[in-house]
Design a protein. Structure first.
Length: 163
């Protein structure tokens, strides 16, 4: 399982190699959340917000967060997840999960997600509009993934980002 060329369980060097030519790793220090580490990846020659933020648990890739404005397009089958109007994506995601028998859960901030799929659909401010910012997690982080208090996604992803 993974996201594009990334596979959950990869180490940092493998992630950098898989993303080579698409995005560049941050020159900043890695953020620490207990044993969880995060790294940002930027579009080449860009110092703006990262295109991707990845999280490692025990030095293995467990979470990929895609920036609504700068990140690559990510799809679940044919369902585009990045840079969409959140209410439209929510309706499409609800139909997708219902038609395939997957769970649909909502976190405390109203973010839809699915533990079975390891997906949380967050929102990100983009000037005067709000667009979708997917958070995709490994099976080891999928339980309660949309829940800000019980899930494994670091609090900074919920609290500090994009508003």
């Amino acid at each position: 399982m993974g996201v594009g060329p990334l596979r959950f369980g990869m180490g940092y060097e493998d992630v950098v190699e898989a993303l080579d030519g698409c995005v560049e790793p941050s020159l900043r220090s890695t953020s620490h959340y207990g044993q969880v580490l995060s790294d940002d990846f930027f579009l080449p020659h860009s110092s703006n917000d990262p295109a991707l933020t990845v999280y490692y648990d025990a030095e293995r890739l467990v979470c990929v967060v895609v920036n609504a404005l700068r990140g690559p397009q990510v799809a679940l089958d044919a369902l585009s997840l990045v840079g969409r109007v959140p209410s439209e994506l929510e309706a499409d995601f609800a139909q997708y999960t219902m038609s395939r028998g997957y769970d649909l859960r909502y976190g405390p901030y109203g973010d839809p997600g699915s533990e079975a799929l390891g997906v949380v659909l967050r929102a990100q401010r983009a000037g005067d509009v709000v667009l979708s910012r997917p958070v995709l997690v490994a099976p080891s982080w999928a339980e309660h993934c949309a829940d800000t208090s019980e899930g494994r996604i670091p609090e900074a992803e919920w609290r500090d980002r994009h508003w």
